[in-house]
Design a protein around this ligand. Structure first.
Ligand code: NDP
Length: 330
C-alpha cells in the first residue's frame, strides 16, 4: 500500500481540506544505486502556504496534481546504494508519500538516539533559522532587550532561549495564556504577552520593556510588528523571518508607515531566508546540539499521528494549535 498527497487546488485565503488530494500509488522498488525510503516523520511549515500559490518566490510553487513535499525523516528499508544500509534513518526534502525511492543525492543520515523528530525542528531548519537570524541580523549584545513574535512556535521558542543564553532580556508574544505561561516556565522568557487578549499591544510592550527594544525577531508581521517597532531604540535591529499574519490574505494589506520611525532611529530592518547562511549550517547544528546536550535549550513539539493528518496539521499552524514544532508521525 502506497499513498501520496497531491495539491488539488491553489487555495484562495485559508487552505482547506479540498485543496489536498489523497491518491493510491504504486509501491516503488529500489533500482541499482537507489534506496527505498519509508516516511516516518513529516514536517509541516508555514512557508508551504506560499508554495501552494502560483506566485514567484524563493522556492518554486508546487505543481497542481503533483505530490507536495517538505522536510521528512525516512527509514531506509532496502538499499542498492553503497552509502546507505537498511535500518539507516535519513532526512531530506521529500515528497508526501508513504514510500519513495532516492538515488541518495541530498539525503543526510541522522542519529536516532537524539530523537528523530528533532532533526525537523531544533536541529533542523527551524532551529537554524532561529540561530542564523538572531546571530547574523539581530547581533545581540548582553543586556539588550529582544522581542520575539510567534514566540511559542518552532522558530520563536528557540530564538528566545538563544537570546537568554546570550544575555538578553527576552519578551515573547504568543496567542494564548497556555503559550505565554510556557514561554516563562519552560523556555525561560522574562516576559510574555498574549496578543489575542491584550487591548493595546504598544503599551503592553512598553511596560514589559521599560528600556525600549533593541532587537525584534519578527515571525508574524502585521499589527503586532507595528506595535513592537514603535517601541524600538536607536540602532535597533529587526530580523524579518516570517509574516504568517498575511500568508492567507487575498489583497495586499496597508499598515502604518514605519519608514520615518526607522530612519529617525537609525534602525536596521532585514529580511532573510535561512538558506542564505547554508555555509554556516554545520557549525550551527553543532552549536544547537551542544546547547541541547548541556540542557541550555529546551524544545517543544506538537506531534500529530498519521499520514492522513498531514493537511490538517499544516492548516492548524494558522490557528496556532501547535506549541513548538508541528510534526506528523507516520
Ligand atoms: P510556528 O511553529 O511558529 O507555527 C506558526 C504559529 O504562528 C502558530 O502556532 C501561531 O501561534 C502563529 N500564528 C498563526 N497565525 C497568526 C496570525 N495571524 N498572527 C500572529 N501569529 C499567528 O511556525 P515556524 O516556527 O515554523 O515559523 C514561524 C515563522 O517563521 C513563519 O512566519 C515562517 O514562515 C517563518 N520561517 C521563515 C524562515 C526563513 O528562512 N525566513 C524559515 C522558517 C520559518 P499563536 O498561537 O502565537 O498565534
Amino acid at each position: 500500500m502506497n499513498k501520496a498527497i497531491l495539491l488539488a487546488n491553489r487555495p484562495v485565503g485559508k487552505p482547506a481540506e479540498s485543496d489536498f488530494k489523497f491518491e493510491d500509488i504504486d509501491m516503488p522498488e529500489a533500482k541499482d544505486g537507489e534506496v527505498l525510503l519509508k516516511t516516518t516523520y513529516v514536517s509541516v511549515d508555514p512557508y508551504l502556504r506560499g508554495r501552494m500559490s502560483d506566485a514567484k518566490s524563493y522556492v518554486p510553487p508546487f505543481e497542481l496534481n503533483e505530490p507536495m513535499s517538505s522536510a521528512i525523516i525516512a527509514e531506509v528499508t532496502a538499499s542498492n546504494n553503497q552509502d546507505f544500509k537498511a535500518g539507516d534513518y535519513v532526512t531530506a526534502g521529500l515528497a508526501w508519500k508513504l514510500y519513495q525511492t532516492s538515488n541518495g543525492q541530498g539525503l543526510t543520515k541522522v542519529d536516532p538516539s537524539v530523537g528523530l523528530s528533532a532533526y525537523l525542528g531544533v536541529l533542523g531548519m527551524t532551529g537554524l533559522t532561529a540561530l542564523m537570524g538572531l546571530q547574523e541580523i539581530g547581533k545581540p549584545k548582553t543586556g539588550e532587550t529582544l522581542v520575539v513574535s510567534g514566540a511559542a512556535g518552532a522558530v520563536g521558542s528557540i530564538v528566545g532561549q538563544i537570546g537568554k543564553i546570550l544575555g538578553c532580556k527576552v519578551i515573547g508574544i504568543a496567542g494564548s495564556d497556555e503559550k505565554t505561561a510556557l514561554l516563562k516556565s519552560k523556555f525561560g522568557f522574562d516576559e510574555a504577552i498574549n496578543y489575542k487578549t491584550t487591548k493595546n499591544m504598544q503599551e503592553a510592550i512598553a511596560a514589559a520593556a521599560p528600556d525600549g527594544v533593541d532587537i525584534y525577531f519578527d515571525n508574524v508581521g502585521g499589527d503586532i510588528s507595528d506595535a513592537v517597532i514603535f517601541n524600538m531604540n536607536k540602532w535597533g535591529r529587526i530580523a524579518i523571518c516570517g509574516t504568517i499574519s498575511s500568508y492567507n490574505d487575498t489583497e495586499a494589506s496597508q499598515g502604518p508607515r514605519l519608514q520615518p520611525y526607522i530612519l529617525k532611529n537609525s534602525m536596521l530592518m532585514q529580511g532573510f531566508i535561512v538558506s542564505n547562511y547554508a555555509e554556516k549550517f554545520p557549525e550551527g547544528v553543532k552549536q544547537l546540539s551542544d546547547w541541547l546536550k548541556a540542557g541550555k535549550l529546551q524544545h517543544a513539539e506538537t506531534i500529530v499521528d498519521g499520514f492522513e493528518q498531514i493537511p490538517q496539521a499544516f492548516m492548524d499552524l494558522f490557528e496556532g494549535k501547535n506549541e513548538g514544532k508541528m510534526v506528523v508521525k507516520i
